[in-house]
Design a binder for this molecule. Structure first.
Ligand SMILES: CC(C)(COP(=O)(O)OP(=O)(O)OC[C@H]1O[C@@H](n2cnc3c(N)ncnc32)[C@H](O)[C@@H]1OP(=O)(O)O)[C@@H](O)C(=O)NCCC(=O)NCCS
Length: 124
């Protein structure tokens, strides 16, 4: 049994996610905090959000973080799906989500609503 202070999801190259609250993690490169990621239960379902500090962008950290949190939330939280809302202009975030297996499910005025289903969840 772990607490929210000591769960660490390890990536590669010194990158890891340190759990800070039940569903939010700090992204760290060795001991430096480089970003934040988590899941909130919102109207469209469990919703992923994340950010990487400007000087650490384009080094694959969001890509690693999203994959780690998706795998963790399917295994540990047993979520059936995760959604993300992304501005249509935010190409970097769409790349990150596409690489983690998210697909566009809805288009709003300036926003894509993307979804990734848990392959182990029973078909709805
Ligand atoms: C979106 C964000 C989290 C991406 O983080 P990151 O660690 O830089 O992401 P990665 O390095 O894993 O991947 C980004 C990819 O987008 C590419 N990219 C970045 N800016 C781009 C642009 N303007 N046009 C096209 N591609 C772009 C990068 O080259 C990289 O692709 P590559 O690995 O094929 O080279 C970061 O830009 C950020 O924090 N933005 C502000 C907050 C935000 O938008 N959060 C997401 C809300 S849904």
């Amino acid at each position: 049994m772990h607490t929210t202070q000591d769960l660490v999801l390890r990536g590669y190259g010194g990158f890891a996610l340190h759990q800070r609250t039940p569903r939010r993690f700090q992204m760290r490169l060795d001991h430096i905090v480089v970003g934040d990621i988590g899941i909130a239960f919102l109207v469209n379902g469990p919703t992923l959000s994340y950010a990487v500090a400007d000087k650490y962008q384009n080094r694959g950290f969001a890509t690693q973080a999203v994959r780690l949190v998706v795998d963790w939330s399917f295994e540990e939280l047993q979520l059936e799906k995760i959604v993300a809302r992304v501005r249509i202009s935010n190409i970097a975030s769409q790349k990150v989500l596409g690489r983690a297996g998210f697909n566009v499910e809805q288009v709003e005025r300036h926003i894509y609503l993307l979804e990734r289903r848990n392959p182990k969840a029973a078909a709805a």
